[in-house]
Design a protein around this ligand. Structure first.
Ligand code: COA
Length: 162
């Protein structure tokens, strides 16, 4: 299937190879679901990612290097709010700026589609993600106690103006 490429932002100087960012397609779903299993204790199934592609208010980007999927992120556009619902980078490719660029591309896309604010939930104990979101300008505005059914961890609810 033809890939719809997204404007590439610069990776940090640490990245040895520059990834390609594209809209997720049905062809990507098996690799996305496989990476999801590596990255999350309660992973989304392939069917859930197929549902995202079929949902007109859902937008997912992939990051690939030489046709290998190394990251993805997605959001739902709900009126003028972008709800970031997923972000993952393959463990071998972390700390090279790929997660940051995925979210920056997501926020750019959300703004182009009329979003005025962005929000997400993140496990309180997920320090890498918390630091990444804070660095991008997200602010924690609330704590949802015991939100995650698998570990009973609290969720930090973060927002930012776009
Ligand atoms: C969170 C995640 C997507 C970050 O991806 P990444 O590509 O490694 O992040 P980046 O390289 O773009 O990091 C950008 C900034 O975030 C912060 N950060 C990211 N990972 C960090 C870590 N392990 N420790 C401390 N700070 C970290 C740093 O400020 C970093 O900037 P720096 O490298 O210049 O110091 C990745 O760790 C991941 O996939 N985790 C598992 C899935 C997950 O938790 N997703 C988020 C769900 S809400």
């Amino acid at each position: 299937m033809q890939k719809h490429r997204i404007n590439d932002r610069a990776c940090s100087g640490k990245a040895s190879i520059v990834p390609t960012f594209s809209l997720m397609t049905m062809d990507d779903v098996p690799e996305v679901a496989a990476l999801e299993k590596i990255c999350f204790p309660t992973p989304w199934s392939e069917k859930l990612f197929v549902n995202e592609i079929e949902n007109n208010n859902s937008y997912f980007l992939t990051a690939t290097i030489k046709d290998k999927l190394i990251g993805y992120a997605g959001f739902w556009l709900i009126i003028d709010e972008a709800h970031i619902v997923n972000l993952a980078v393959h463990p071998e490719f972390r700390r090279q700026g790929i997660g940051r660029i995925l979210i920056e591309n997501i926020l750019d896309m959300a703004k182009q589609k009329g979003a005025l604010k962005a929000t997400l939930e993140v496990r309180e104990t997920n320090t890498p993600a918390n630091l990444l979101y804070e660095r991008l300008g997200f602010v924690c505005v609330a704590l949802r106690k015991g939100y995650y059914a698998d570990t009973k961890e609290h969720a930090m609810v973060m927002w930012m103006d776009l």
